[in-house]
Design a protein. Sequence first.
Length: 435
Amino acid sequence: MTPLNVVNEQNPRQIAARVLSQRLTNGEFTENLLETALASAGLSPADRGLCHELVCGVVRWQATLDRLIARKTPPGREPRPALINLLRLGLYQIFWLDRIPPHAAVHETVELAKRSGYVSQSGFINAILRGYLREFDEVKKILADMKISQPALGWSHPEWLVERWRKNYGDENTSALLEWNNTPPKTFARVNTLKTDAGKLVERWRAENVEYDFCTRDWTGENLAFELKSHPPLKSLGSFRDGWFYLQDPSTLLAGRELGALPGETILDLCAAPGGKATFIAQQMNNEGRIVAHDSFADRLKLIRENCTRLGVTCAEVTATFNFQPATFDRVLVDAPCSNTGVMRRRVDLRWLIQPPEIERLRATQLVLLNQAATVLKPGGVLVYSTCSLEPEENSKLVKQFLATNTGFKLETEHQLLPFADGVDGAYVARLVTA
């Protein structure tokens, strides 16, 4: 790793501190800020991994870290936000990163504070962090106990969300879910059979130094999904640029399987950006037929087009306009905007942004989309509703509400994937057919 006393932008801790500072001032998502910073940093794979771990870890464990900071800060002397970020970085390395010696974490954080223009405050940072070194064993026990006695604080989640999950899933499953959300997500890929097959893809991966493992679930079958264990930057891979695979959690393949699109059919993918499900549907149809990939946000249509081009999808058209005639489509997929609580470990800011009223607001949008989809479906067609939410109000309860006023439909199947039970991102999929 780059020595900390080298003053340049190649230091992973400096970059992490800058990204965390930008997060406070720019209002952008952490993942976007981090991707931009790392793209131009030229870090080694090890330093790149460290920077990513520091940023995402600090954001995930923010509430717990802040409790530790408050525990050592006199009332009325709360440090300014920039110093809080530095303390978070130091404490995260001490208590969450076993591979970094605690004394080294203290030294490097203090030096980082000095180089960041906080020379006069470096003694304050040093005092707090060294104080925690002396209490290391005691604090580790406190942190472990908090996960049981105060799970929201111990696992660094909003209290209201933890209570909601405890009510819906019970204490044991909620603890497993909280732990899942604080674990760095794995990377999965779907082979693109429009351009290659699994055998050719893994052979090429071996040549590109990609370490992989097969990923099989009931709804994926064999040789469709893979876990990428380690790899060079993905955009540097010829197999990626040539469209031989698409990054996609196995949970997102369930909706396409339930849709069951066939070659020659006409399909509507509502809320299609960034195009993962639309391109998988095209793969199932062998590029034969017509897919309309719709999204209300025009700036996201570019992502769909880019992915279709890279993956060789030729049967899809992209639009932001919903002006379809009744009974136009054989099958419709409504991949509705939702609270995203099933993918919280992938979206590190989400737990701090979502609020209870958001779920009810989203329900109204979801119901509108389902009703719109019903009007353009052919008689005898298939309507699939999916979210990446864990909340019944957005899933089974919403489908029941739809069926109560759309008596021409019936629920054929529904699946709720739960991270603690299925080992994948959370997702809900309901297959509706005309009664």
